[in-house]
Structure formats: C-alpha cells, structure tokens
Design a protein around this ligand. Structure first.
Ligand SMILES: [Ca+2]
Ligand SMILES: [Ca+2]
Ligand SMILES: [Ca+2]
Length: 254
C-alpha cells in the first residue's frame, strides 16, 4: 500500500501518541549532537544475534549515556553499531553483562518497550522533524515497529522484509530474586531493507554523504526498576525518547 493511502486509512483509526511523548517545536537541535558514520559492510552479515562477523569490526561502535540515572547502581553498557550495503541497513546492539534478562512478548507490535529492549529511531528526511520510523526490539527478538508521522504514532505501519534475531547468554525471565540464575548479557542484530524508506524521503536511495538522523536507546529491567540509556542525550528532565530534534547525525559513508 502506498504510504499516503496507508496514512489516510490509519488516521481514521488513528492512535494518538501522548502529548508528553512528542517533540516541542521550540526544542533546539543544539550543536552538540553526535555523528555516526555508517560504513559499508565489507562482507556478509548473518542475522543470528551474534555480532561476530568480520564486517562488524569495521563499524563505528558507540556507547550509551545515562542522563536520568541516579545513585551508583551498575550501569549496563550497550554498544551499538550500523553498516549498510546497496540493499540494506544493518544495526547491532551488544548488551554485555546484563545479569537478569527479562522479556516475554513474542508477537509483532507487542509493547516490547516494557521489557529489556533496544531501540532505534530513524528519521530519513531531516527536513521533516515530525516524522520518523521506530523499531523497539526485546531480548527475544520481538519487533514493535511504527511510523510517527505529523506527531502521531501508527503501529499498523510494518517494515517490509525486516529481519532480526537476538542471542541470549543465559535464561530469559529467571529473575535473580527468585532463583540463582545469573545471565551474562545479550545481543541483537536487525536488517532493514532500504526500500522501506523509498516513499518516506527525498534522500533515497542514500549515497555516500547522505545524512539522515537517528538515535539509539535501551530500556532495562521491569517497572519500577527501569534503567534508561541512549546514544544522543535528549536533555529532558524525565526519560523521553521521542525528541527528534535531538537525534544524532547518521551519515552514510564508504
Ligand atoms: Ca551475526
Ligand atoms: Ca536486564
Ligand atoms: Ca508495526
């Protein structure tokens, strides 16, 4: 279905994104935004959740910040990487050392953001800061994907041909309080066909030098004991991932 027709249809049944989750038009982008250079994949990537292909060694690795974290509890490290070729965008998240991996949702568009989740928001047309794609992926490799368009979120939007898989070092959902199970981290790989962006941006197909905007995030633990971390700091007093003016620069490289 063409995007415009899709949006008109979904607007009728529209899901409203809470006002608090949306950007303020007055929020300044700032000059301190980080920049990610997405290099070309130098070889095949097998989407199995294991970030062990040689191609990943050539990717820029970025770690996350904890702007809302108080106290001195352990801060679980995340490393995000991205690569591209003429057909796909590849993104990986490494979450080493997480001792307690929690996730139960297994169906598309489930509220994976309640669980141990890694997320990427992609704005392929930086001229339109009210629109971007979200992928929120739990430790079981379950995808919640949507488009935010003109400040409204449509989860009926499904990326076509997307593939993802997680790899868990441990046993999911055996909480440390209830058992002696201790996990040792997890990782996830996702492949997104670039064709999914064809109708979303004049910057298609991306070429070396094309700049989109992106942010990477992680949610860890269960309420009320959640830990929030992200790549580009959104500079809000409370955790809020939907601040597109604060997405970092994402430049397609060689
Ligand atoms: Ca792999
Ligand atoms: Ca966890
Ligand atoms: Ca969806």
């Amino acid at each position: 279905m063409k995007l415009r027709a899709f949006l008109i249809l979904t607007m009728l049944a529209g899901l409203s994104l809470g006002a608090a989750m949306l950007l303020s038009a007055t929020q300044e982008a700032g000059s301190d935004l980080p920049r990610y250079i997405c290099r070309r994949a130098t070889g095949q990537i097998r989407i199995d959740g294991k970030i062990n292909e040689a191609a990943w060694n050539g990717a820029q690795a970025v770690s996350f910040q904890f702007p809302w974290e108080k106290g001195d509890r352990p801060r679980y490290k995340t490393i995000a990487r991205a690569l591209w070729d003429n057909k796909n965008l590849y993104i990986s998240f490494d979450c080493p050392g997480d001792p307690d991996i929690t996730a139960k949702y297994t169906y598309r568009d489930a509220p994976t953001y309640e669980e141990d989740t890694v997320e990427v928001f992609i704005m392929s047309d930086p001229e339109d800061m009210t629109s971007y794609i979200g992928l929120e992926m739990n430790a079981l490799g379950t995808l919640y994907d949507y488009i935010v368009s003109n400040k409204r979120l449509y989860k009926q939007f499904d990326l076509k041909g997307v593939r993802l898989k997680s790899h868990v070092n441990g046993m999911v959902n055996k909480t440390s309080a209830k058992s002696t199970d201790r996990d040792n981290g997890w990782s996830l790989e996702v492949m997104i066909p670039l064709a999914d962006f064809e109708e979303l941006t004049p910057l298609y197909p991306p070429r070396p030098g094309t700049a989109w905007r992106i942010n990477f995030y992680r949610l860890d633990g269960l309420e009320p004991d959640r830990q929030f971390s992200l790549w580009s700091d959104v500079k809000t007093p409370q955790p809020n991932y939907h601040v597109p003016p604060r997405f970092g620069y994402f430049v397609f490289g060689e």
